[in-house]
Design a protein around this ligand. Structure first.
Ligand SMILES: C[S@@+](CC[C@H](N)C(=O)[O-])C[C@H]1O[C@@H](n2cnc3c(N)ncnc32)[C@H](O)[C@@H]1O
Length: 355
């Protein structure tokens, strides 16, 4: 292969990532094939020409891809890089790169590949200098220009490519680095934090998650998700038979109902409903669709726990189910779904009613 798209994904989800890109590329009228290696943490979608790969990188909305953490146009597959002069070979391959504003030297997200991160960090400095001299990297970082990615598989091989800043993940390796807040009662707080970071635009966060707003958290215990809303000043009804963290109850912003999340009805409509209940994905999707269609909430973020098989098919079945409910009600909405870095066997969905 010479060119195509390079997609990063969670290790073990290569088939889902491949199934998805195959479908959306075909929808764009680009016919290629996937190179998939189990547990590699990435997928290559091979196209006939660089122009086709570039077309996909422009036309496929990165936010619509559930299983991809990053989308990169490949300009060269690098093999047998000589250990005494990798840079010359990479610079030779760089002629197809657009003039870019940033460089990331990365690896797939696997334990073996991550051992290379020290090498990547050190290698970035001389490579940046060489690419600047070559003219394909601007002398100053420019966040509106393409990003050059060198993805190393080991110290002698990898891929060279670029992504578009308005249609990529802004994070190194496609992974947001979040620090666990010491006051949060569970690690899953990071899932909701990442979801908010991804799904709520920075300039909208203060209006969409404003102090004084109301929310319901279905399957709330011990309160990692509730914590994210409480710290933004929201008032939360937490639904779960388990115990909520005392620290959250002491804020006075949380009311705990020991009820079944599938039967609970809010006394008043709320701004937000979040849900992390472990249940069959289609049952959760059905419940989420009902809450939105009935107007019980205006926005939601929830998890769909994935079955072992047919994970890709199941996710799209659930999203279709929710959308059909909303369309039937004539509602306008925005829906996004992503396999987050902090998600394991699950994906996270955001739906917002518009207007
Ligand atoms: C993964 S945990 C939630 C963790 C929580 N989001 C956090 O950050 O701390 C799932 C929770 O869902 C609750 N749950 C499962 N089925 C439920 C149901 N039908 N009604 C209410 N809660 C339920 C469980 O008791 C459990 O506490």
């Amino acid at each position: 292969m010479d060119t195509g798209l390079l997609l990063y994904c969670r290790r073990g989800f290569e088939k889902e990532c491949a199934g998805e890109i195959q479908q959306v590329a075909t929808d764009q009228g680009v016919y290629g094939y996937c190179l998939v290696s189990d547990n590699s943490g990435y997928v290559v979608y091979v196209t006939q020409t660089l122009a086709e790969a570039d077309k996909l990188a422009n036309n496929i909305a990165f936010t619509k891809l559930v299983f991809s953490r990053q989308m990169i146009v490949i300009v060269a597959r690098l093999k047998d890089l000589p250990s005494d002069d990798r840079i010359s070979v990479i610079v030779d391959a760089a002629s197809e790169l657009p003039v870019s504003g940033d460089l990331r030297v990365e690896t797939p997200d696997t334990n073996e590949a991550k051992e290379l991160l020290g090498f990547c960090r050190k290698f970035t400095v001389p490579l940046r200098g060489a690419l600047r001299k070559h003219g394909c990297l601007l002398n100053k970082e420019h966040l509106k220009k393409p990003v050059i990615h060198l993805m190393m598989l080991d110290s002698s091989q990898g891929f060279l490519g670029y992504s578009y800043p308005e249609n990529n993940s802004p994070f190194f390796m496609g992974i947001p680095r979040l620090r666990f807040p010491a006051a949060a009662p569970s690690r899953s707080t990071l899932k909701l934090e990442e979801a908010i970071l991804l799904f709520v635009p920075k300039d909208k966060i203060e209006t969409r998650l404003a102090p004084g707003m109301t929310a319901v958290d279905l399957g709330a215990c011990p309160g990692g998700w509730t914590y994210q809303l409480v710290r933004r000043g929201l008032f939360v009804s937490a639904i779960d038979n388990g115990p909520m963290a005392e620290s959250l109850m002491e804020t006075g912003q949380v009311t705990h109902y020991m009820e079944d999340g599938f039967k609970f009805q809010p006394q008043k409509n709320v701004d937000w409903m979040i849900c992390d209940m472990v249940e069959k994905p289609i049952m959760v999707a059905d419940l989420m669709g009902d809450w939105l269609a009935k107007g019980w909430c205006r926005a939601t973020i929830f998890n769909l726990k994935l079955p072992m098989k047919k994970r890709f098919v199941e996710v799209y079945k659930c999203l279709d189910h929710i959308e059909a409910k909303l369309r039937k009600k004539g509602l306008r909405y925005e829906i996004q779904c992503k396999h987050l870095y902090h998600d394991r066997e699950e994906v996270t969905v955001s739906v917002r009613i518009i207007g």
